[in-house]
Design a protein. Sequence first.
Length: 313
Amino acid sequence: MTRRDSTTTIRIGTRSSPLALAQANEVKQHLIAAHGGNNIEVEIIEISTKGDRILDRALSEIGGKGLFTEEIEKQLLENDIDIAVHSTKDMPTELPQGLELSCFLPREAPADAFISGKASTIEELPQGAVIGSASLRRQALIRRMRPDIEVITFRGNVQSRLRKLKEGVVDATLLAEAGLNRLGMQHIITSILPLDRFPPAPGQGVICIESRINDDTTGAILAPLNDADTHTALRAERSFLAALDGSCRTPLAGYAFLQENQLHFHGMILSPDGKNMYETTRTGNPDDGAALGADAARQLRHQAGDGFFADWS
């Protein structure tokens, strides 16, 4: 962070994909709105990550979620940037020492979007159709709904996946509704997957900001951006994720929301083939979100048994 007269410059580190840049610019606009364009300047710094460079293998084969954050976090720790902007669903539950998720913007749509020129829904796809997805959660849920469908690993940014769809590599794909909204691409959505049958990844639809612990100056600048309701929901979702040792090797879903002063949570775990599924719901005090998520995870672990999780390794 640099200061020039009465102006503060904030350096945002981000991945360089169109969606990542859209999210960084959203944070930039929030910062300017909160502090006034004459008082703050925001610089966006694009950082290449291993997860963006290696596209020919599944994330579970090359190291998991941290592949999208490692290089960015290194620059944050070395003070080359002031904050990092991420998709919360990409963030591991254990962060490098000295860093924290200090701010969550208001949640966008949490659901998954179905995109296809051959059917309106997954159920209407012809037998033997091919769906592309990089997410083990989506793959498992698709296989549970339609065991006859072929599911292939389908990595790359939004634009490259849509190009492969247009070229006929697959008959359909799934993308986060929030990402398409942020890119102004709502028009390509064929249908939205129902949250009760196709729950999202923990943190899906939420932009988070990572910063250095005890950086009080940056913390004060970020404070007006934090959405309390979203933060409350994320405590439950990320606690659930942490208790299940969630990574890109684990097909699981978790979604929390506030309604009538109560926190509602839906958690699910699946085998990769979709044949076995366990789910639970919780309703409780919003202040108890972390305990609620952890309790849901313990129940599912008990129901599924140790052998269920051994199959994920």
